[in-house]
Design a protein around this ligand. Structure first.
Ligand SMILES: C[S@@+](CC[C@H](N)C(=O)[O-])C[C@H]1O[C@@H](n2cnc3c(N)ncnc32)[C@H](O)[C@@H]1O
Length: 209
């Protein structure tokens, strides 16, 4: 791993993910998490302050040891049990089938090399009545913006830790067998190719309706 990926990128990610807009969305959605929570791409632990007392434990998956160190510091000041899993979300998680109540995934699907594989693993561990809470940026509906997203992504993913700007988040989630129960989309403040955001909740399609 190069100096940029090991020393610079984790600090850039931590700083970039602490802006007014991300903070507002975390405060709106993360308190919905309940029970045993699996957080995919826990990063530097910026969601930790927003978990409610209804959360028993958070399993925090992330392959970056540098970000995990930051998350561990944040976890010490929160009244919540966090178990860190140093691995990629596509790899088999050390969790039983249908064992977690909530999955939280914020600004992570863009960076996962194989999103369908990771979503299958999420589906395996989520209880039938469990929920996937997602806040993700992705492909914009405006053809002009989407064209720029396609053009910029090859360069962007090299400097942004594998981040793709052009993933159709709702479609990826649905194709993995989830049913989207709530969805809000739109641009946040900032450059449009980077800020088109999908916010919502998905359930396993086996859940009783
Ligand atoms: C933009 S950061 C977002 C971090 C955090 N979710 C947040 O909201 O601040 C993307 C995160 O995805 C993680 N990531 C990259 N590839 C991954 C993978 N294959 N499985 C799980 N997490 C991954 C990165 O290490 C990083 O923590």
């Amino acid at each position: 791993m190069g100096v940029y990926a090991k020393y610079v990128l984790p600090r850039v990610i931590d700083l970039a993910m602490r802006n007014v807009e991300t903070t507002r969305l975390r405060a709106a959605w993360i308190p919905l998490a309940r029970g045993e929570v699996l957080e995919i791409g826990i990063g530097s632990g910026l969601n930790l302050p927003y978990y409610s007392r209804d959360v028993q434990r958070v399993y925090g998956v992330d392959p970056s040891m540098e970000l995990q160190q930051m998350a561990r510091k944040r976890a010490t000041v929160e009244p919540i049990e966090v178990e860190f899993l140093s691995q990629s979300a596509e790899e088999t998680l050390p969790l039983a089938n249908a064992s977690v109540d909530t999955i939280v995934m914020t600004w992570t699907l863009c960076s996962i090399p194989n999103p369908p594989r990771a979503l299958q693993e999420m589906k395996r561990v989520l209880k039938a009545n469990g929920r996937l809470i997602f806040l993700e940026h992705g492909r914009a509906p405006d053809p002009g913006v989407a064209a720029w997203q396609r053009r910029i992504t090859p360069f962007w993913k090299r400097i942004g830790g594998g981040c793709h700007l052009d993933r159709q988040v709702d479609q990826l989630i649905t194709l993995a067998g989830f049913r989207i129960a709530e969805l809000e989309t739109g641009y946040l403040r900032g450059p449009r190719p980077m800020t088109y955001t999908y916010q919502g909740v998905a359930e396993t399609s086996d859940a009783a309706v």
